[in-house]
Design a protein around this ligand. Structure first.
Ligand code: C2E
Ligand code: CA
Ligand code: CA
Ligand code: CA
Length: 275
């Protein structure tokens, strides 16, 4: 038992070490990966649930690491936030996404995620607007997704940034609604244009009556506040059908396809005559 204990301990040490090592390596690499454009936008379809047509795409960051393959944002976004690189990363993703989407069908919108930390940068709105002007992507086709309770810790600044964005015609969505990070209080704090229902509720509506009740309540709340809803994480047609039946406006998820790189999304749009 003593040997087993020791070896378990040794295993724990090496795996901890390895993950700390990896983190250190990623931290060091991210700074140069951003200007090298190794961090790229992927695009996830958003669909009008009544017509079935693509209305636009959510932009999701991927790190195409030269030796480690594709790294997910859940791994490197927190590192970017902790090392002060999130603002630069976000603007690089926006610049690439706007340039790619500029000549797509004019009806297609882009939704980009903004970290709550970025809402502490008094120049954020100016930086986004400058990126729009430089790439020639119209403000009216842009939606910004915001989450997080931390938003409320400098609410006046967040309100002024959001006010400047809205003055340019940019829309604002409250992301991950229903989770701990986005609550009812946020709905009054900022002038949102849309509510996004978190996939943790959406994916379980058919087997969990509580999830169904919550999703239904969010859609009704959206109706009464005049805020259309988008359900995320739709993986099968039966879920899509229920969401349509309760009046949810838009959906996204693996049912429609995995997030695509710039070249792949172009091919998809060419097939659908949306270029
Ligand atoms: P999110 O904003 O809630 O994005 C939705 C996530 O759910 C994406 O994961 C997407 O690939 C995944 N997803 C979409 N449809 C389905 C589905 O049907 N089933 C399942 N199981 N998952 C689905 P991803 O791309 O790994 O992004 C994770 C999170 O990282 C995002 O969550 C967002 O919070 C953050 N993120 C991604 N890109 C950026 C970025 O450019 N800036 C910032 N600040 N955060 C980002
Ligand atoms: Ca999002
Ligand atoms: Ca979300
Ligand atoms: Ca989510």
């Amino acid at each position: 038992a003593k040997t087993a204990g020791r070896s378990r301990h040794a295993w724990f040490d090496t795996s901890m070490e390895r993950s700390l090592q990896l983190r250190g390596e990623l931290e060091a690499g991210l700074r140069s990966a951003i200007p090298a454009q190794e961090v790229v936008p992927y695009f996830e379809q958003q669909v009008d649930l009544t017509t079935g047509l693509i209305t636009g795409f959510e932009v999701l960051a991927r790190w195409e690491h030269p030796t480690r393959g594709t790294i997910a944002p859940d791994v490197f976004i927190p590192i970017a936030e902790q090392t002060g690189l999130i603002g630069e990363l976000s603007l690089s993703i926006m610049r690439q996404a706007f340039a790619a989407a500029r000549d797509w069908d004019a009806a297609l919108s882009l939704s980009v995620n903004v970290s709550p930390l970025q809402l502490r940068d008094a120049w954020l709105a100016q930086k986004i607007i400058k990126t729009l002007v430089e790439t020639g992507f119209p403000a009216s086709r842009l939606e910004i997704e915001i989450t997080e309770s931390a938003l409320l810790d400098n609410l006046p600044l967040a309100q002024s940034i959001v006010g400047s964005l809205k003055n340019q015609g940019i829309r604002i969505a409250l992301d991950d609604f229903g989770t701990g990070y986005s609550s009812l209080a946020h709905l009054r704090a900022l002038p949102f244009d849309r509510i996004k229902i978190d996939k943790s509720f959406v994916s379980s509506i058919l087997d969990n009556p509580e999830s169904m009740a919550i999703v239904n309540t969010i859609v009704r709340l959206g109706d009464s506040l005049n805020l259309p809803t988008t359900a995320e994480g739709i993986e099968d047609a039966a879920i899509e059908e229920r969401l349509r039946a309760i009046g949810c406006a838009k959906g996204q998820g693996y049912l429609y396809g995995r997030p695509l790189g710039t070249a792949q999304v172009r091919r998809l749009l060419a097939e659908k005559r949306l270029l």
